[in-house]
Ligand binder design. Structure first.
Ligand code: PDD
Length: 284
């Protein structure tokens, strides 16, 4: 597979990243995942904007323009003969001389661009709906940024998959009461019979899919409320939906032992989201 590392397109098997890269030793970096289909990127500008904002927040230089990232992605897709897949971007602070927590402000960042086939999903999940398991959110306070230090996410995902579930539904606790945050690599929204309720952005990722789905919900006349959602409110919800770049709008039919309908609202939002994607595809 051909990949792009710091200005060069190379074979993914070639040595390219230095051992003292801060992404490698400290997880001092950011990433993003963008879907591409029919040779087009989906919401590329929004993903890049989110990444740039985080790079600015952490003081990491952002080395390429939107157009450059787009044309590198196009080239990689052609070279790897892919019409559909995932564009993975990774930006780290750069390379130290020795391992040292302290960094200077003038590092040259490491930028990686990869175009790979979409990760495998069991197709029955689309017809039957997904199952998820609640799991403690063990992450840090920087979860509004897509940082590369994903160990708690990886462990959560591995655990739920080992129990036959698709994704984790993570929660944090306040005063002994649990509230829902997000998935290990996805967002959640709920339908309570009247309106969509989305966990508010308090130390969770502002998902691009989430913002687009909330937009289409409002456009189709569904009321949307963003607030903290307590886990003990779940039995009152009529529908549970999982959202992400790869999962799109996925109906969730089971959370632990609680069952939900594969509902009409999820179907409506799935279709409206699909239409929005098609109407806004960025030509590569
Ligand atoms: N994950 N929350 C977390 C923790 C995520 O990692 C992701 C995306 C989302 C959904 O964000 P978006 O709608 O912008 O894709 C929410 C990607 C797909 C991944 O890690 O592979």
């Amino acid at each position: 597979m051909y990949i792009f590392v710091n200005g060069k397109i190379i074979d993914s098997g070639s040595p390219a990243i230095k051992v003292f890269d801060r992404g490698m030793v400290f997880g001092d970096g950011l990433y993003d995942v963008i879907k591409f289909q029919d040779g087009n990127f989906v919401f590329l500008e929004e993903h890049i904007e989110r990444m740039k904002k985080s790079a600015n927040f952490f003081g990491i230089k952002f080395p390429y323009t939107l157009d450059e990232i787009c044309s590198i992605g196009h080239k990689l897709a052609m070279m790897n003969d892919l019409k559909e897949g995932e564009l993975y971007l990774q930006l780290t602070r750069g390379v130290d001389v020795i391992r040292d927590h302290i960094f200077e402000d003038d590092y040259d960042p490491t930028f990686v661009e990869i175009v790979q086939p979409v990760r495998k999903m069991d197709p029955s999940i689309w017809t039957e709906g997904g199952k998820v398991l609640t799991y403690p959110d063990l992450r840090h306070q920087f979860c509004e940024h897509k940082t590369t230090d994903l160990l708690p996410n990886v462990i959560a995902k591995k655990y739920v998959r080992s129990k036959g579930a698709y994704e984790a539904l993570m929660f944090r606790e306040e005063n002994g009461r649990k509230y829902i945050t997000e998935g290990a690599s996805s967002s959640y929204i709920f339908f309570d019979g009247e309106k969509i309720i989305a966990p508010k952005i308090e130390n969770i990722l502002p998902g691009i899919t989430r913002s687009k789905v909330l937009y289409v919900a409002r456009e189709t006349g569904i009321e949307v409320v963003e607030r903290r959602i307590w886990l003990d409110e779940l039995p009152q919800m009529k529908e549970v939906m999982l959202l992400s770049t790869l999962s799109k709008v996925l109906s969730i039919v089971k959370v632990d032992e609680m069952e939900f309908k594969k509902g009409e609202v999820a179907k409506k939002l799935e279709n409206a989201f699909k239409d929005l994607v098609i109407s806004t595809l960025v030509k590569m």
